[in-house]
Design a protein around this ligand. Structure first.
Ligand SMILES: C[S@@+](CC[C@H](N)C(=O)[O-])C[C@H]1O[C@@H](n2cnc3c(N)ncnc32)[C@H](O)[C@@H]1O
Length: 207
């Protein structure tokens, strides 16, 4: 019989590996498995975010941490003649998406590779948990938005995520108050919506 401590250690190791893949998918597993899991598992929240983004032809939109690329595929035909932009820290996510009707950048959200006032909308979903310095990312988001531009930030609440053992491995969890404080400190007016229980969408408008 496997000793209990050994079994618990094995489960903890699996959870830690999966949590790391969520934060930065890598290798074959990231490209083939995580991309599909992310697109399927987050679809409802991603659809709610897209509804708020309300893309129009010519809109300049960037998804920071696009993962499996569901949003980019949905947005690409809707913003033509503009091209939707994606930023990812994961090489597997960039190479996995391949060539398409979008501009992809391998970069860190904390150092966005764009001039100031490049975008009408910055969206980012299920990514804030992995930012070591959210204030720095939000300062970058603000910098690349045009005045009056919007940040649409999708996330799951601390209350829900803390019940999921995966999040015990390196996730940073947020409640609405903290997200509101971070956006306000970044110079972004903030409204938080609840599309479904546990899901949140913070909508920030650059002052
Ligand atoms: C849980 S996935 C979410 C993907 C997608 N937005 C979704 O909701 O399905 C988090 C993604 O954010 C990316 N990411 C994490 N930290 C990042 C950073 N500092 N800069 C850019 N992308 C980052 C990861 O590589 C990963 O693909």
């Amino acid at each position: 019989m496997i000793p209990l401590a050994l079994a618990a250690g094995f489960v903890a190791l699996l959870l830690a590996l999966l949590a790391r893949q969520l934060g930065r998918p890598s290798g074959w597993f990231g490209r083939r498995v995580m991309a599909s899991l992310l697109n399927a598992g987050n679809r409802e929240l991603l659809d709610s975010v897209l509804e708020i983004v309300a893309p129009t032809p010519g809109a300049r939109i960037v998804d920071v941490g696009f993962g499996g690329g569901y949003t980019l595929r949905r947005l690409a035909p809707l913003v033509r003649p503009a091209r939707v932009t994606g930023v990812e820290i994961s090489e597997a996510m960039v190479s996995g998406l391949g060539d398409g009707d979008y501009d992809l950048h391998l970069a860190d959200a904390a150092a966005l590779p764009f001039p100031a006032a490049s975008f009408d909308v910055v969206l980012s979903v299920n990514t804030i948990y992995f930012w070591p310095d959210p204030a720095r990312v939000l300062a970058e988001v603000r910098r690349v938005l045009v005045p009056g531009g919007r940040l649409v930030l999708g996330y799951r609440s601390r209350a829900v995520l803390q019940l999921n053992p995966l999040t015990w491995f390196g996730f940073r969890l947020y409640d609405d108050r903290r997200v509101g404080q971070l956006l306000a400190a970044a110079g972004v007016d903030c409204e938080i919506r609840t599309p479904r229980s546990g899901e949140r969408i913070a909508i920030g408008t650059k002052r």
